[in-house]
Design a protein around this ligand. Structure first.
Ligand SMILES: Nc1ncnc2c1ncn2[C@@H]1O[C@H](COP(=O)(O)OP(=O)(O)OP(=O)(O)O)[C@@H](O)[C@H]1O
Length: 585
């Protein structure tokens, strides 16, 4: 229960609703327990009438009174049960909502490293399945526990008042029932976890085959994919059948134990009646109702125990995430005005998960409004430089100076707000094109969206779609070509008119002619803004104020286009190669 203490703050938050719910539960159970007593009363009245100890009028009046009481208690009990669920189950839904938000907020705070170390499925499970299990504790488990305790205490008092020995015999099978249900619930949970795993395997498999359908078709491997699917589906079916087999035991076991309890009451009660130890046969009827009323609550003791165990395990997993301190923290509360002056001083950076030293002793300085181009082979560390400027990772060797201040002394949200970043792999949301562009600036007008799209050379493509800017993109923008996606992504970054623009090889999928046009537009837009362009093409770099060439994480050349084409090295090589490619076309 230690882990579940995390929920106490929520119980405290919703204490009023919870207390009302508990109060209503107690009252509702009291009404429910009127019934057996009045059933006994009816038996006594009937016995008296047949023994001619009561006149017919009195008999009718007493009978009517007892029946009305039973009906009244059932109606009131029913209404109260409705409100009991309304209060307690609703509290569990509020807690579920709060907990989901708490986890989601924590996810947003955590750095990229966290996402690399944890699988997406795991992250999703914590917020859906684990929270779902915890909710079962916060709602049903609490409700059924109060229900059981109240019912049990009141019924036991009534039963011991009537006949202590019969009461004792009646409750003997109940703990056995509880244990059996507990064992069954545990086994059901174990098997349903396996079923759940198979269901996620199946959905991952189908999702991947749908996303990769073009590859599957191109390679003609549909029969193989279908066979793999059938195997997985067959295994999943077996697990479902395993689960159904244990579940099928649940009700027969309950019925068996209720039957045994009823027999005990009838047998022992009958003997006691014959021996004159109990005054009326009505007592036996009363006890039979108690047994039936108590069976379900007692069975829930086992069920609730297993719910609490599952909730504890789930909350433990949730707490593990909630306790993680974000690696990248904002330590500056006051606003920092970002001008766009960026300097790297002896920066060496190693990714701690792969131990790859992506940058070695990097030094450069881009002044406000300047353009820096970074050229280099794949894996040379270009993207890493951009990630460090956005402080997606912290460095431990050297320093990154923004606005003449160490990067960790700059207000993190100000820094990120002032960056327009175009990643290497454009990611578009399943939303309209307009909203995808406005993502960079929520309050942008339609004119601003169009202007940004024009500058990114994608406006003409967009207006060709039937719904223009309102065209909704499928998952990851599958309806757009690679080059179109890149340009929408550029429009998203430039609509913000940020102080710093970071382009990570984002023109790789557009032809050189369009690249030329975009670069020309960018020239206008990026006036006064610090721009860093990562590219494999000399055409993207040639107009930059500074060019650095990276190799294996080190700067091997730096200068301007004019100086670098005169020096023998990677840049000149690339320039001549790309020049000959253009002229041979
Ligand atoms: N998130 C990461 N975690 C661990 N290692 C990484 C990560 N990102 C990059 N690396 C490693 O760091 C090195 C530099 O990668 P980086 O992406 O910066 O290169 P790049 O020059 O941008 O390459 P490309 O032109 O192919 O995009 C590579 O060896 C890469 O495997």
């Amino acid at each position: 229960m230690k882990e579940l203490q995390h929920l106490n703050k929520y119980f405290l938050k919703y204490k009023t609703n919870l207390l009302i719910g508990i109060f209503i539960t107690i009252i509702a159970r009291m009404f429910l327990l009127f019934t057996p007593r009045y059933v006994k009363k009816i038996f006594i009245v009937i016995e008296k009438y047949f023994n001619e100890e009561m006149p017919i009028e009195a008999f009718k009046a007493e009978l009517l009174e007892a029946i009305l009481f039973i009906i009244g208690a059932a109606i009131i009990g029913g209404i109260l049960t409705f409100f009991m669920r309304q209060y307690i189950i609703n509290v569990s839904r509020y807690i579920e909502f709060d907990l989901k938000n708490e986890i989601y907020e924590q996810y947003q705070k955590l750095s990229l490293n966290f996402y690399k170390k944890n699988r997406t499925g795991d992250l999703m499970n914590r917020i859906s399945e684990d929270v779902g299990r915890v909710r079962m504790y916060a709602g049903p488990a609490i409700m059924y526990s109060i229900n059981t305790v109240t019912l049990f205490v009141i019924a036991l008092i009534y039963m011991f008042e009537e006949s202590p020995s019969l009461a004792l015999y009646t409750i003997i099978p109940l703990p056995i029932l509880s244990i059996v249900i507990y064992k069954l619930s545990k086994e059901i949970h174990r098997r349903s976890t396996i079923v759940q795993e198979y269901l996620s395997k199946l959905s991952t498999f189908t999702q991947e085959s749908f996303s990769g359908i073009s590859v599957i078709k191109a390679y003609g491997i549909e029969p193989q994919t279908s066979a793999n699917f059938s195997t997985l589906a067959a295994e999943s079916k077996e697990k479902q059948i395993d689960l159904a087999r244990v579940q099928a035991w649940f009700f027969p076991m309950m019925l068996l134990l209720i039957g045994v309890s009823n027999l005990i009451v009838i047998y022992i009660g009958g003997m006691q009646y014959i021996n004159g130890e109990i005054e009326s046969i009505g007592t036996i009827a009363e006890f039979i109702i108690y047994v039936n009323l108590l069976t379900w609550p007692v069975a829930t003791v086992g069920w609730v125990t297993s719910i609490i165990q599952q909730a504890e395990a789930s909350q433990k997993r949730i707490n593990e995430f909630l306790r993680i301190e974000p690696e990248i923290k904002n330590t500056v509360e006051t606003d920092t005005e970002i001008t766009g002056d960026i300097e790297f001083k002896n920066v060496t950076f190693t990714y701690d998960d792969t131990n790859i030293t992506a940058l070695k002793n990097i030094n450069f300085h881009v002044k406000e409004g300047e353009t820096l181009a970074i050229i280099g082979k794949t894996g040379s560390g270009k993207s890493t430089i951009l990630d460090l400027i956005g402080r997606l990772y912290d460095i431990y060797e050297g320093s990154i100076i923004i606005n003449k201040q160490e990067i960790d002394q700059v207000n993190l949200s100000n820094l990120r707000d002032s960056i327009g970043y175009v990643p290497q792999e454009a990611f578009l949301f399943s939303d309209s094109l307009k909203n995808n562009i406005k993502f960079g600036k929520e309050d942008a007008t339609d004119e601003e969206v169009i202007e940004a799209a024009k500058n990114a050379q994608v406006h003409k493509n967009i207006i060709k779609f039937n719904q223009g800017y309102d065209t909704v993109l499928g998952e990851r923008g599958i309806t757009l070509s690679g080059g179109q996606k890149q340009r929408v992504s550029i429009a998203r970054a430039i609509i913000k008119l940020p102080k710093i623009l970071l382009f990570d090889d984002c023109l790789s999928a557009v032809d050189t002619e369009t690249e030329e046009k975009i670069l020309k537009n960018l020239n206008k837009i990026t006036k006064g803004k610090t721009t860093i362009i990562v590219s494999h093409r000399v055409s993207s770099a040639k107009n930059a104020n500074k060019i650095i060439v990276l190799e294996d994480g080190e700067i091997v050349q730096q200068g301007t286009h004019d100086t670098l084409i005169d020096i023998d090295g990677y840049y000149k090589h690339l320039y001549l190669k790309q020049l000959s490619e253009t002229t041979s076309k």
